[in-house]
Design a protein around this ligand. Structure first.
Ligand code: PLP
Length: 492
């Protein structure tokens, strides 16, 4: 592969006057721009856009696209992100003109097919979560968290209780404390024990009448189903608070257990990540979605509109958008949310059916445990011999013995054609390497990955410190790349 630095930017390839197409000469009198627009709306010079032929543009972007790693090209065990294969039939369904060509301002009578699908999607998510009501609007998991916390805030305002704290275990995703503060709460960290579960003593110490919500991820980010979940739910409810499930790890429990049933009382709210659990493509910054489900008493506060049906199911059923919801927190997203992702997820759920979804989770857990059993002998997994859908290994011993870090291992994997696992998360594990294989990988792929990881732990540390050696870019300064991206080199 050529070095990325040899790739010219479109601006550098530009030749004055070169065009992708030639329009015929204008056969009506030309209007000077000043006659069409007010003077202050006119630029003094044309914008400095690159001038290129069509093949130049196509080759430029296709070549860049092939420098990517994706689930369609490589094994992608990025822990916590559920990077499963995206079935192509879902793409076809979402691209059907009957969906893709709709305009959100069309009257509801002309959107019956789409509204029908969205309505059913709401009921499927209610069924899978064991909760009573659903809103599809939030644009991502993190946005679902924020929306649900606004719902909780509206509920406590209504019942006239001043609660300003949200409990968040320290193994949680960074979005949890961030959503809590954005919704106006104070995020209070609850410790994790060395076995990777919530520290019960610390939890009970911090639970009081100031707590509005416990946000909990279950199975948690080290891939363990919290054994005390029932007691925690009962305790939070006893103290008058609500329980929020971060549903990013639903891939481990579909059809096996429902958060709304846990401990007989169940959680009160949760989000789904359709782009993770239900195979929507993600990872390239594309749109996700973050539908939330809640218990009955919180339903009136959900964002408006929700999709409702005015008759029993069947031919005669009519669907419409309900805006008449006086206690609603209002809109959190334009139109109906990120419908494209929801359609793909709907298609995925329908394809698998209830039994199939359960098998998805069983196989995800089986694959993760198989890989765990192969990896733990050379990369210790501090928190257990069994896991749910993912596990967290540690490169701490490797670092101590050979000065090889989790980052070195992750970077070297790229040379062998594997996407790197998540590293340095969760913070509760030192030199964390978080692996989530998902159910879509074959035994051969899992074996090849385990063997490659082992081979890397045996390699010369010097080779690892400046890996990868075969990719277009090796080790960019990630902080600078995020803060000061070089987006174009315009000759000035
Ligand atoms: C991915 C993830 C989130 C955030 O979801 P987005 O859809 O990326 O906003 C929250 N919590 C956990 C545990 C996650 O893995």
């Amino acid at each position: 592969m050529r070095n990325i630095r040899d790739t010219k930017l479109l601006f550098e390839l530009s030749q004055p006057g070169r065009r992708a197409m030639q329009l015929p000469a204008c056969d009506v009198p030309a209007q000077p721009p000043e006659q069409l627009l007010p003077e202050n709306s006119l630029a003094s010079t044309p914008p400095p856009l690159p001038e290129l032929s069509e093949p130049q543009v196509i080759r430029h972007f296709i070549n860049l696209s092939q420098r990517n790693m994706s689930v369609d090209t490589h094994f992608y065990p990025l822990g916590s992100c559920t990077m499963k294969y995206n079935p192509k039939r879902n793409e076809r369904a979402a691209a059907m003109p009957t969906f893709a060509d709709l305009h959100p301002y069309q009257p509801a009578e002309t959107l019956q097919g789409m509204l029908h699908v969205l309505y059913e999607m709401q009921t499927y998510l209610q069924e899978i979560s064991g909760l009573d009501a659903c809103c599809l609007q939030p644009a991502a998991g993190a946005h679902g968290e924020l929306t649900a916390l606004w719902v909780a805030a509206a509920y406590f305002r209504d019942i006239d209780e001043k609660r300003n704290r949200v409990l968040v275990p320290d193994s949680a995703h960074g979005t949890n404390p961030a959503s809590a503060s954005m919704a106006g709460f104070k995020a209070v960290t609850v410790k994790t024990t060395p076995d990777g579960t919530v520290d019960q003593e610390d939890f009970h110490r911090k639970l009081d009448e100031r707590v509005a919500v416990l946000m909990i991820t279950n199975p948690n980010t080290v891939g363990i189903f919290e054994p005390q979940i029932q007691e925690m739910i009962t305790a939070v409810h006893g103290a008058g608070g609500l329980v929020y499930l971060d549903g990013a790890n639903m891939n481990a429990i579909l059809g096996i257990t429902r958060p709304g049933d846990w401990g007989g009382e169940g959680v009160d709210m949760q989000h789904f990540n359709p782009h993770k659990t239900f195979s929507g493509p993600h990872g390239g910054g594309g749109p996700g979605a973050g539908p939330i489900c809640v218990v009955e008493k919180l339903a009136p506060y959900l964002p408006s509109p929700v999709v409702v049906r005015d008759q029993e199911a069947g031919e005669a059923a009519r669907y419409y958008l309900d805006f008449e919801r006086p206690q609603s927190i209002g809109r959190v997203r334009t139109f109906f949310g990120n419908v494209g992702v929801l359609l793909r997820a709907y298609c995925y759920i329908r394809t698998h059916g209830p039994e199939g979804l359960r098998q998805v989770s069983e196989n995800a857990v089986l694959n993760a445990n198989y890989l765990l059993s192969r990896v733990k002998h050379f990369l210790p997994v501090p928190q257990g011999h069994r896991c749910m859908h993912e596990f967290v290994a540690s490169a701490q011993t490797l670092k101590h013995d050979k000065e090889v870090t989790a980052m070195d291992v992750a970077k070297r994997l790229l040379d062998y054609g594997f996407h790197a696992p998540t590293v340095y998360f969760p913070l509760s594990v030192k030199e964390a390497i978080m692996v989530e294989p998902t159910e879509t990988e074959s035994k051969e792929t899992l074996d090849a990955f385990a063997e490659t990881l082992f081979r890397i732990t045996e390699e010369d540390p010097d080779l690892l410190h400046d890996a990868p050696h075969t990719t277009p870019v090796s080790r960019p300064d990630e902080v600078q790349a995020a803060r000061q991206p070089v987006l174009c080199h315009l000759a000035d």
